[in-house]
Design a binder for this molecule. Sequence first.
Ligand code: FES
Length: 322
Amino acid sequence: MNTHNGTLSVRVTRIETLTPEIKRFTFVDPDGKHLPAFSGGSHVVVVMQDGDKTHRNAYSLMGSPYDSSAYQIAVRRVEDGRGGSRHLHEAVTEGALLQILQPANLFPLAKHARQHVFIAGGVGITPVYSQMEELHTKQASFELHLAVRGPEHTALGLELQARYGARVHLYVQGQDERMDIRGILAERPLGSHVYVCGPDSMIDDTVDSAHALGWTDSHIHFERFTEQGSTGQPFSVTLARQGVTIDVPPDQSLLEAAEQAGYKVPYLCRGGACGYCETEVLDLDGELDHRDDWLSDEDKLSQRKFMPCVSRASCSRLVVDL
Ligand code: FES
């Protein structure tokens, strides 16, 4: 296996256009060896050099967890994003080499669920893809309810319908009835688990419906689309352990600025969701601009904790424990 600075080298062997916005990329080891194993719901971070910018974007692995000969990711092109998805769509061609980090799983399956109910919207189908494959191999009971914005966005849903038949319910906007999340959950047997990935409104609707029906949090799983990195006013930050002060420019997060300066900060999701990058604030003269979903309201108010992957500051002095 080709490893370099903790990253794996992979070769892009296939790029498919699935919808007007989504392309699927297939990667293999350049020497034909096996790639590291992963479990359903895992993601990899793709590291891309784009001129003087380095993009590090996390994408769910879509293939079968039981097939280590190749990885697949689906990338939705985000026009007004920070450039990583545009780079993959425009500059990466079949045959290219890419660097990725080892798979990590922030959206694992519940092992003892009686029934797995997946609710997804648009590109939110991607983490669910490998989960369903894992359950199919284990002959576990599952169903998918997938909403898409129109007939031109159905490629992945149709692919899954061909594979899993009536267990896949597709709701095409303008063509089918709206997905009734509460109705779906109301009929599920005791011991079911629900997994939702899609727009915030879909996640909120699922969580609220499940709570209203008496489901406990341990049976409700969600993964938000997280905007990776952040933009905003520039600020300076002192990394106490390194004994340096670095500038965080308007188009980078603290994590990205620290990486560019050659310092390692732990991370997994790069989107304020997983908690891996959490650091202590040792000194502050100003205000923190918390943009994560990880810290509690209490922690945010205390101004003592900070998530370098997304959060920013408006301050004359900030010292963190990095
Ligand atoms: S890397 Fe996941 S919260 Fe920062």
